[in-house]
Design a protein around this ligand. Structure first.
Ligand SMILES: [Ca+2]
Length: 421
C-alpha cells in the first residue's frame, strides 16, 4: 500500500491513501485537528476518568495512568519490565499479542476498579502454554494496583507460527474491553488463525463475550444451545472495535478482514457473524494449516471480489441468518480495528458517526511503525478538555512516524458517517 498525507501545523490533511481505495474514496478527505498529548511505545488502548485522568496500555509494557497534570504513573507491567509499581511475570508480548484493552469500572469513584486484557504464558495456560486473559484490579491513589484477579483465564491464543500471511504466533487476539450501557463487560476475542474457533460452541475464539465484573456470564446471554454462556455473539474474525450507539445502546462491532471486507456489524444477542474459516466445509477445500482465512492464493495477488466470494467475512450461503454487516469498506481491507460513535454538531448535528482507530495494520504490514490510537469515545472516554471542541478534533495518544495510518483513519470516518448504521 502507498499512502500520502500532508501535515500543516497540527492539521492533518487526510489526503489519499491506499492504491485500491484511491479511486472510490479520493473525494472523502477530511481535515482533522490532532493534538499530541502522550507519547507512548506501542499504545493499544485508553480509558478516561471524568477529570481527564487517562489509563492507557502499551502492548509490550503494561498499564499506566496519565494524570491531568501530565505526569504518568506506571501501574502494572509485563514480565521483565521496569518502573511499574508491580509486575505480573506471566504477561508478555509477541507479534500482535500483549497488553491490550483497558476499561474503567462505571463505579470507579466508589470501587477503584479497572479491567485489563493481556496475553499470558505459563504451565497453567491452556493453548500450548498460553492464553489471553482478563484481569480486574484495584487502583490505589492512581499510583499502584492491588488485588489483581484473573476473571477470565481461558481465552484463545495462537501459540505457533503458521503458514499464513502475518502468520506469526500471537495473531488475532481481539482484545477490546468495554462496559456497555447495561453495566456488563463486553470482551472481544479474535480467531487466533484457528479454523474451527469462530463457530465452536466452547472455544473462546472469534467471539464477543458479555460478562459481569467477576467474569461470569451476563444474565440474559442467549447463545445457541451447548455454547459457553459467556458468549454474546460468535462467528467473528478479529473484532477489535466495539461501540454502543448513543440513545439505543445497540452494540456495534468492527473487525478487519483478510485482504478484503472490513466490517462493522450491529450485533444481536446470540447472533452469528458468519465467519467460518474451517477448511473442508461449506464448499471450501483443504487450506493451509486448516485455516481458509487468507485463501485462495493466500500469498499472491487476487481481486478482492474473488477472495470475498471464496472466503466471505459473512457467509450467508452457509449461514443465511448470519448478522449482515451494517457497513463494509467497499470490499477492501485497510485493517479497521477500534471504533466508536462520536456525537456533536461537527458530526452532522448529532447524527452518529464512527471514529476508527487502527492497530492491526501497523503491527503487521508496517512493523517499523508504532501504533496509533485515537481518542475513542464521546461520552465516557472523552477528556473534558475536548468535550466541547468546536471543530473536528482528535486527540492522539501517540506520535509515530507513520502518519499514513492517521490519514487512513480519517478517510474511513467519512463513508461510515454517511452510511446507515
Ligand atoms: Ca461477518
Amino acid at each position: 500500500m502507498k499512502f500520502s498525507t500532508k501535515m500543516k501545523s497540527g492539521m492533518i490533511a487526510a489526503g489519499m491513501a491506499a492504491a485500491g481505495l484511491m479511486a472510490s474514496q479520493a473525494a472523502l478527505a477530511l481535515n482533522v485537528t490532532a493534538e499530541v498529548f502522550q507519547t507512548s511505545k506501542d499504545p493499544w488502548d485508553m480509558a478516561f476518568l471524568p477529570d481527564g485522568t487517562m489509563f492507557f496500555t502499551e502492548k509490550c509494557g503494561g498499564l499506566s495512568v496519565r494524570l491531568p497534570s501530565g505526569s504518568v504513573n506506571k501501574l502494572l507491567g509485563v514480565g521483565g519490565s521496569s518502573g511499574y509499581s508491580a509486575t505480573k511475570n506471566d504477561l508478555f508480548c509477541d507479534g500482535q499479542a500483549g497488553v491490550q484493552g483497558v476499561a474503567v469500572d462505571p463505579d470507579f469513584a466508589k470501587n477503584g476498579l479497572v479491567y485489563l486484557y493481556s496475553s499470558s504464558k505459563g504451565s497453567n495456560r491452556t493453548y500450548g502454554g498460553y492464553n489471553n486473559i482478563l484481569m480486574r484490579m484495584k487502583v490505589n491513589s492512581l499510583s499502584s494496583v492491588s488485588d489483581v484477579t484473573e476473571i477470565i483465564n481461558d481465552l484463545g491464543y495462537k501459540p505457533m507460527k503458521s503458514n499464513h500471511p502475518f502468520g506469526g504466533p500471537g495473531a488475532h487476539n481481539g482484545g477490546r474491553v468495554r462496559f456497555g450501557p447495561d453495566g456488563f463487560l463486553y470482551v472481544t476475542i479474535g480467531d487466533n488463525h484457528n479454523g474451527a474457533g469462530p463457530q465452536s460452541p466452547t472455544e473462546l475464539r472469534g467471539k464477543l463475550l458479555r460478562v459481569d465484573r467477576d467474569g461470569k456470564a451476563a444474565a440474559g446471554n442467549n447463545p445457541p444451545a451447548g455454547f459457553d454462556k459467556r458468549v454474546f455473539a460468535y462467528g467473528f474474525r478479529n473484532p477489535q472495535g466495539i461501540a454502543f450507539r448513543p440513545g439505543s445502546g445497540d452494540v456495534y462491532l468492527s473487525e478487519n478482514g483478510p485482504w478484503h471486507s472490513d466490517e462493522v456489524t450491529k450485533v444481536v444477542n446470540g447472533g452469528n457473524g458468519g465467519w467460518d474459516p474451517r477448511d473442508n466445509v461449506n464448499g471450501r477445500p483443504a487450506c493451509p494449516d486448516g485455516y481458509c482465512g487468507y485463501s485462495p492464493n493466500q500469498m499472491g495477488a487476487l481481486p478482492q471480489k474473488e477472495r470475498a466470494a471464496f472466503m466471505p467475512m459473512t457467509d450467508l450461503k452457509a449461514y443465511p441468518n448470519a448478522l449482515k454487516p451494517a457497513w463494509n469498506n467497499n470490499g477492501l481491507s485497510p485493517g479497521m480495528c477500534g471504533s466508536v460513535f462520536i456525537v456533536g454538531k461537527q458530526w452532522k448535528n448529532g447524527k452518529a458517526a464512527w471514529l476508527l482507530d487502527t492497530q492491526e495494520l501497523v503491527s503487521t504490514a508496517h512493523p517499523k511503525a508504532t501504533v496509533l490510537t485515537f481518542l475513542t469515545s464521546p461520552r465516557t472516554e472523552l477528556p473534558p478538555s475536548v468535550k466541547n471542541c468546536c471543530g473536528p478534533h482528535l486527540l492522539v495518544a501517540s506520535v509515530t512516524s507513520h502518519k499514513a495510518q492517521m490519514a487512513l483513519c480519517m478517510l474511513l470516518m467519512k463513508p461510515v458517517a454517511t452510511s446507515t448504521v
